[in-house]
Design a protein around this ligand. Structure first.
Ligand code: N01
Length: 541
């Protein structure tokens, strides 16, 4: 077994969070090692290479803000960047800041144990590497543990089988093939139009329809980009402080700067349509920001949902198919809204069939297709876009043990508990980036990652200056935060969504609404206030 070495900080994961952490901690003069299970940087953008994969936040906002030089130097080509372009960006960041030398690739962390006497974390990888560190920071991502469907027979499919979140790097050519796909979340909705355009025939097995809005993607006008970049600080400020999600609409003028209407409740259909048409035509998830109360007022939400259902009925020619595609089981936005290119129109193609497996459930995956209660569908290739064990999956897959050997799995048996979504009582000197209890997946991840890392760096600097070597959130502060996160969630419609935000997609997972729903600006204010009041809620020694 390789010899154990000691560093100031061990970071788990070399996605955007791990990269930025490494950059900042190195600047502080701390020794660091990053363990990454893949053979490259990029995290989610390394693994999710399925056809059509692209970000649902606009490129110029879904990018690091810490380096004006990087901002000016990197040229995004489309409004919504493709997965290969985002991966290139992550590689560029790693190379430009010379980060790779402190990253150990193909190293999956399996255990992290805190030793109280030594005040050290002992971290182990599957390959048997060990490292001791004063601080351990989990930058493991929120959607990094794929979820295989619990469907009988999935292993007996004889043809090629691909999973969206573990796509082969060389890509897949579907020409001349018949394909079946299970899953109509963001991944499926992006992949379906692209696969349909290539394959002989595509059968989509849909259990629950999702709301999707058009991306209205396009090549970026470079004159517009220059103008945008001249005002980058102003835009960044707006994303970090002025918006609840940190996504925004990057249009320099109209929609973004037009204040949201207070509510859709009580308006006529024509009035609702007049407002929403602008957002629909402009494209993107910003659609939900048209009304201030879209996620807190049931009537307003229903009006917005009705508008989208009517759009689906307008776009999809076959009325029965259109009806099957209309989501009716959850308020719009309480499951992550999807952003697509030609998703609904794809069902007008002759080579696409939609199968409602809610009406006729899957009995079994067989060697050449899928057998439903009312018949069989045969195809050559199976694609699974069945989601993730989100937010807690990666953390709980590792054997993380805090003081007195307390396993995180035991501490979180009834759902995740944290202080500010960053730290856990009983687990000293451990941070999580964008963990449960922070805005995380409800926000532009790059905005949230930078905010968390900056805050953590501030905390570690405070400790170094004061001569502290150990921090731990107090139980009372954690309990209070968990209560507050729940209180905010219950004031919204989110808990009605039955989504992966709640753990509802994983059998046996506790149903707890995991992200903090008050928005990135409000959350940042709380974190800044905690820091300014001598890190209220943290015990240092
Ligand atoms: O996963 P999902 P995803 N039998 O959980 C179905 C981010 N993301 O990978 O709803 C049949 O949303 C399941 O059906 P149901 C984004 O945050 C972002 O698509 O459980 N079907 C559902 O249709 C997103 O929200 C981007 O009834 C089964 C689908 O599989 C998150 O990742 C792109 C099944 C899973 O949908 C996750 O999206 C991609 C079964 N046994 C992803 N099990 C962008 O930035 C599951 N399903 C654009």
């Amino acid at each position: 077994m390789p010899e154990s070495k000691s560093v100031d900080v061990v970071i788990v994961g070399a996605g955007f969070a791990g990269l930025y952490l490494l950059y900042r901690l190195r600047k502080m003069g701390l020794t660091t090692v990053v363990f990454e299970q893949g053979d490259n940087v990029g995290g989610t953008w390394y693994w999710n290479r399925y056809p059509g994969a692209r970000c649902d936040a606009e490129s110029l906002a879904y990018s690091f803000s810490f380096s004006p030089e990087l901002e000016q130097q990197w040229q995004w080509s489309e409004r919504y960047a493709t997965q290969p372009e985002i991966l290139k960006y992550a590689e560029h960041v790693a190379d430009h800041f010379d980060l790779r030398k402190d990253i150990q690739f193909n190293e999956q962390v399996t255990a992290a144990r805190y030793d109280e006497a030594e005040n050290l974390w002992h971290v182990e990888t599957a390959a048997g590497k060990q490292v001791a560190a004063h601080f351990c920071i989990m930058a493991t991502g929120c959607l990094s543990v794929p979820q295989l469907p619990a469907i009988k027979g999935v292993e007996q499919f004889a043809g090629p089988r691909y999973q969206a979140s573990k796509w082969p790097p060389e890509g897949v050519d579907f020409s001349g093939q018949t394909v079946g796909i299970i899953g109509t979340g963001s991944s499926g909705i992006q992949a379906i139009p692209v696969i349909a355009a290539q394959a002989d025939h595509l059968t989509v097995f849909q259990r629950t329809p999702n709301f999707s809005v058009p991306a209205v993607n396009g090549v970026l006008d470079q004159d517009w980009v220059v103008q945008f970049k001249e005002n980058y600080r102003k835009h960044r400020h707006y994303h970090k402080h002025g918006l609840s999600s940190g996504f925004g609409d990057l249009q320099i003028e109209p929609v973004a700067r037009t204040p949201a209407a207070p509510t859709a409740a009580g308006l006529s259909d024509a009035q609702v349509a007049e407002i929403l048409d602008k957002y629909w035509q402009r494209g993107g998830a910003f659609f939900l920001s048209a009304f201030e109360d879209s996620l807190i007022n049931e009537e307003s939400n229903t009006r917005i949902a009705d508008y989208v259902r009517n759009k689906i009925r307008e776009i999809v020619k076959d009325p029965q198919t259109a009806e099957t595609l209309c989501p009716k089981d959850h308020p719009i936005g309480t499951k992550r809204i999807c952003v697509d290119t030609d998703y609904y129109a794809t069902y007008n193609r002759d080579n696409v069939t939609l199968v409602d497996i809610r009406k006729s459930p899957i009995e079994e995956i067989v060697k050449d297709g899928i057998r439903l209660v009312d018949g069989e569908h045969k195809f050559d290739t199976l694609v699974l876009a069945t989601g993730f064990d989100a937010m807690t999956g990666a953390l709980l897959n590792m054997d993380i043990r805090g003081r007195e050997g307390l396993p995180l799995r035991a501490k979180w048996q009834e759902g995740p508990r944290s202080y500010l979504g960053m730290s856990v009582h009983g687990f000293p000197n451990l941070f999580m980036v964008t963990g449960p209890g922070s805005p995380s997946v409800l926000s532009n991840m790059l905005v949230s990652i930078e905010q968390h890392v900056d805050w953590m760096v501030g905390c570690l600097t405070h400790m170094a200056e004061a001569g502290y070597t150990r921090f731990e959130p107090e139980l009372q502060a954690e309990d209070h935060w968990v209560g507050h996160v729940n209180e905010i969630a219950s004031a919204t419609l989110y808990p009605k969504g039955g989504s992966w935000y709640l753990g509802a997609n994983v059998a046996g997972k506790p149903r707890v609404f995991m992200p903090y729903a008050a928005g990135v600006g409000a959350y940042r204010d709380v974190c800044d206030d905690v820091a300014a009041s001598n890190y209220r809620g943290f015990a240092f020694s």
